[in-house]
Design a protein around this ligand. Sequence first.
Ligand code: ASP
Length: 316
Amino acid sequence: MNRRHLLQLGALSSFLPKSTLAKTPKGNELPIVVSTWKHGIDANIAAWNILVKKGTALDAVEAGARISEADPTVMSVGYGGFPDREGHVTLDACIMDHQQNCGSVAFLQHIKHPVSVARKVMEQTPHVMLVGEGALQFAKAQGFKTENLLTEKAKKAWQEWLKQAKYQPVINIENHDTIGILALDSSGNLSGACTTSGAAFKMHGRVGDSPLIGAGLYVDNEIGAATATGMGELMIKTVGCHSVVEFMRQGATAQQACQEAVERIAKKLPNFKKFQVGFLALSKQGDVGAYCIQPGFNYAVKSTKQDKLQDGASML
Ligand code: ASP
């Protein structure tokens, strides 16, 4: 084949659809995205639309998280989330990329998309985390508009809760709809995001695991990524997601790593049976793992091979 033919071929190949079937060294097809809970299905679709166009995992996880944040039927994330015991919707979120960059907001009010504010913190400030009034001021300065996030439905649930005013979160129902989303893009890079309105009817000012790098989300592009849902205090006490990634570094599969992190909680925290905690992990090789304390935690997986909601294995 002469040089002219090669040039013609080169010109032609730029018009061919680029293959989306990149693979990890272990043979898993890229890209892949995983998200916590049933609403993860819709989040994955938004993320997938970016990933198949060779978009970055970072853009994908942000787009996915925004779907749950805007959905008023998801009552533990963003708009429509349950308020704290004083009736305020206060939001926590974080995001982390493949270069160890991360951004986070906590106790943020009136902004529908805290994950995007977290990304701005990551990209536009020298800091990792902004909270409360400062986070709100920053969001406004970045052009985010303020709005009322308390829907009538969430307000009614809060007024109902006030009749007893007992903080006894109901496992798998009241508190556990945080979206944690992890993606491995067609370049083989990992990113993750996590966003929540936190524990329903929490104390005013309470911040959970979801905006805390290491507790509710952790990404190490050499090893893998992990996110968590459930009673955040347990993840904070054990720095759960960092543990999951470190277990993978020591050789555990994504599945084994999630199980080990739940076992760590069970070993260290005697009252663990009263709570739900679920970990979801995605290794650099594209393997997925999930494990929880109580049955009932599920997660959505989307890749070229699968598009489904799966039940996480549980300890109890
Ligand atoms: N982990 C969240 C928190 O404790 C709650 C959840 O997963 O819904 O704030």
